[in-house]
Design a protein around this ligand. Sequence first.
Ligand code: PLP
Length: 398
Amino acid sequence: MRLSENVRQIEPSGTIAIAALCRELRAKGRDVIDLGVGEPDFRTPDFIAEAGIASIQQGMTQYTPVPGIAPLREAIAKHITTTVGKPADAAGVVVTSGAKQALFNACFTLFGPGDEVLIPAPYWTSYPALVRLARAQPKILETTSEQGFKVSVAALEAAWSPSVRGLIINSPSNPTGAVYTRDELAAIAAWAARRDVWIISDEIYMRICFNAARATSLLDVIDSLDRAVIIDGASKAYAMTGWRLGYSYTSKPLAEQFSTVQSQITSGASSPAQYAATAAYKDAARADGAVRAMASVFSKRRDKVLEHFREHAPEIYCFPPDGAFYVFIRIDNYFSPLVPDSAAFCHWLLENTDVALVPGSAFGADQYARISIAAPNAALEEAVRRMGTALRGVEVRV
Ligand code: PLP
């Protein structure tokens, strides 16, 4: 089949093979612990869900304005204003069908053939593909656990060329949970301004932060939106992954351009999701309470998981996350001719222990695997115990 250049470089998500095996094993009745999931194991708070239901019952089910209904854009602008302490303009908000679409709008609008976009690795799995869909080239910058999995200005400067048009930053990070400090982010923002590079700052886990109420936003360290796009949404903060509700925030002229792109692809986001999200962003006190409760559970689970590893599998290195809901573990000392990479390792682990993780290769870090802690404590402990037992064997040791 002859396909277009648009999709030539797009690969299926690195999680698909493991997810398929997971389903197959479960269908055979095996007790699979799926720690591959990238979504909170909580229900959408009732008052948010009820606002969505009420909107359907009241017949508010027509097309909406492409960049979102006015009350939602205003509520999001107010949320940004109160969170960051700087006035935000609703005209800069574009509501999207999930944060992923906001990322697509930004990449497709800002980058094109001949452009390079810097992406620090480990990265969220879709960033390189989104850049490629815009026919630009991702330029991956590796970071190590010793560097806290954070990119430095020196590394950015070394990677810079006149073709570099953008940088995608994600703090707290999926998959590592690394969180940039205010100083680090300010230094990166100053570098980007000097080099005239767009920063797309994916802040979808901003309020799932373990050492503070929230992580630093790019908005905290910049005075102008001229080179900045903020990506956020309801998926993770309000446990609304299936509603498909995200947004971007940037300057008004760029937001209008995003809206034009979106008008030709999906139009406005799902209307019930927009009404539900309006309730969340409007009732900040209630919504923040729900976010804080969830973040506190994740924080406790993080501590527990690190403890389980110390107890059941002390030989496995875990990078201690400061946010999001993942633990990135180092697995390459278990590689062998039969299990040569993270995909083979995760396959082996699932076959032998019924524990599903996501291979680090999906995030540009093949020496690692990602554990989602969006699972009950008992399941997490049992998974780590099974891993410890299995990996004490000889099967995968070099
Ligand atoms: N950005 C990051 C870092 C994510 O982890 C995810 C989802 O896993 C997204 C964006 C996409 O979010 P949404 O489900 O709202 O499209």
